[in-house]
Design a protein around this ligand. Structure first.
Ligand SMILES: [Zn+2]
Length: 520
């Protein structure tokens, strides 16, 4: 662990500098004093060395400990042993987990679904190395969405790392990929949400291959410009000119957005994803070229339609959000400067709408009904089983049954969008487990329709790579949660991300400073 060695060295250098500084003598007396001082400073130095070692030891043993991520159950937040690819078409860089069978099928680029050629001897990368704050939980309670290290409740000799989603005495249910606590959707923290957005498509990674079909469908008079789009003149009659996202799967045919994980894409059963995802985030850098220009973003999730309207400086209308054509929130801080590009982020996630302009949150309100306590809640419009099925498995010619739609447009004046990037939220899968004794398959803990009560002093944990995570959903009936005494600490920093080994050297030798990051 080079970090600790480094720390010790710096402490030592500091104390040595102090111990040998500043004695000049001309007289015998001064010489005697010097000898005594030298002796003292030597002792001081020795003492400092001992203290430095003791401190380093204490620091390492009691405050922070280093762990290596063994598996991909937390991908893409943290990588286990993996391979790295840069898409041969669109240039997007992504990681693929190490499977027992090696790279048996071509990994798929998550941005353009190009199958990647596997080299003869693909370079294997070790798991991320992380620092864990031990004993933090002696001073503060573990919080939902913390990434925690703990002794596996079913085999305490093994350390696991997962995300904390259910706290003691809560009833938890995973509904449509979201976490419901005591019947209400749990909002992710901003930091956890930033980590849990996963790439769907970014126009800055442009695919050029023959069979490639562009994802954004341009309505007139939009035109492409580099990675973005430009509207040179206002659309007619105050209509919105749209750019519509059309998701396409591996076949190139229109398809719903799924919980696809590139990290799992060499496994044949993971090459599509298992669930339809409607929690999405659209990012762009927009320019309202005139005070009358309005940027409009529409997101649809099943039967519900969400709209973000961003007006420009000088307009008499404020920026606002609408749900099913009903205005639900105004965002006076979300006004666009005229003629100057600004970052916009619009999301429908965890039953709420979020709008950020210039990196600043200008509105978060969901729609809304309110509870008796006055909290806003949003319940999606209910669907019958057959409606849901038509949305999730649309006949190929019936595009209108696509579960989610995203489009962005402008009205009233010219506008430009430098790029368009779409991400999807993590989707916690409802899993069934196979009971070795008894009647075969049973629903996993906290799956939809099977709310799970977390006992006092226990924690319910899930991996970010939901399809490949063995966690509280699936652990044995007798011990599906993590007792407090099993907690080791909170993961907080990746200090040696996924380095080497290179050319068969068995230890990771080249750290990647660009991957140093906080775990969120
Ligand atoms: Zn690609």
């Amino acid at each position: 662990m080079p970090m600790w060695g480094d720390f010790t060295c710096r402490v030592l250098a500091g104390t040595l500098g102090l111990g040998t500084s500043g004695l000049k003598s001309k007289e015998d007396l001064q010489k005697a004093v010097k000898r005594r001082k030298d002796r003292e400073s030597l002792l001081e130095t020795l003492e400092s060395i001992v203290i430095a070692f003791v401190l380093a030891f204490i620091f390492r043993a009691f405050i922070v400990e280093a762990f290596v991520i063994p598996t991909g159950s937390m991908a893409p937040t943290l990588y286990g042993e993996h391979f790295e690819f840069r898409c041969s078409d669109c240039g997007y860089k992504f990681a693929v987990g190490l499977e027992p069978g090696g790279l048996s099928t071509e990994p798929l680029c998550p941005n353009c679904f190009k199958g990647q050629r596997v080299p003869e001897q693909p370079r294997k990368y070790s798991g991320d190395r992380i620092l864990v704050l031990k004993y933090l939980f002696d001073f503060e309670e573990p919080r939902r969405w913390d990434v925690i290290v703990f002794h596996n409740p079913n085999d305490p000799s093994v350390n696991f790392i997962k995300r904390l989603v259910g706290l003691p005495n809560e009833t938890i249910e995973l509904v449509d990929g979201n976490v419901k606590i005591n019947g209400r959707i749990a909002y992710k923290t901003d930091k956890a949400q930033d980590t849990l957005w996963m790439r769907v498509h970014d126009t800055r990674n442009k695919a050029t291959r023959m069979e490639w079909v562009p994802r954004w469908v341009l309505g007139p008079p939009w035109a492409t410009r580099n990675a973005g789009f430009v509207l040179e003149r206002a659309p007619e009659k105050n209509k919105v000119a749209w750019l519509t996202y059309r998701h396409r799967g591996t076949s190139g045919q229109p398809e719903n957005i799924m919980d696809f994980y590139a990290y799992n894409s060499t496994g044949i059963q993971h090459r599509r994803g298992a669930a339809v995802v409607t929690d999405l985030c659209l990012r762009t850098e927009a320019t309202a070229s005139h005070a009358s220009s309005v940027i409009v973003i529409d997101m649809r999730a099943y039967k519900d339609r969400f709209r973000f309207e961003l007006t420009a400086d000088g307009s008499d209308q404020p920026s606002r959000m609408l749900v099913n054509d009903k205005p639900v929130a105004q965002a006076p801080g979300g006004v666009l400067p005229v003629g100057r590009p600004v970052e916009i982020e619009a999301a429908n996630v965890d039953h709420k709408l979020m709008l950020l302009v210039g990196g600043r949150r200008v509105a978060t309100q969901p729609l809304v009904e309110t509870t008796q306590e006055g909290d806003p809640i949003y319940e999606p419009t209910r669907l019958s089983e057959s409606e849901r099925d038509r949305f999730d498995n649309p006949p190929s010619d019936e595009l209108r049954y696509m579960a989610a739609e995203v489009r962005i447009g402008a009205r009233g004046g010219p506008a430009a969008l430098a790029y368009l990037r779409l991400d999807r939220d993590v989707y916690y899968l409802n899993e069934t487990m196979f009971r070795t004794r008894g009647e075969g398959n049973a629903p996993g803990h906290a799956t939809q329709g099977n709310p799970f009560h977390v006992e006092d002093g226990q924690y319910f944990v899930c991996g970010d790579n939901s399809p490949k995570s063995f966690d509280s959903r699936l652990w044995d009936l007798t011990q599906p949660t993590v007792p407090r005494r099993n907690l080791v600490g909170k993961a907080f920093f990746v200090y040696w991300p996924a380095a080497g080994p290179h050319g068969g050297i068995p230890i990771p030798v080249i750290p990647d400073p660009y991957g140093w990051r906080f775990v969120r």
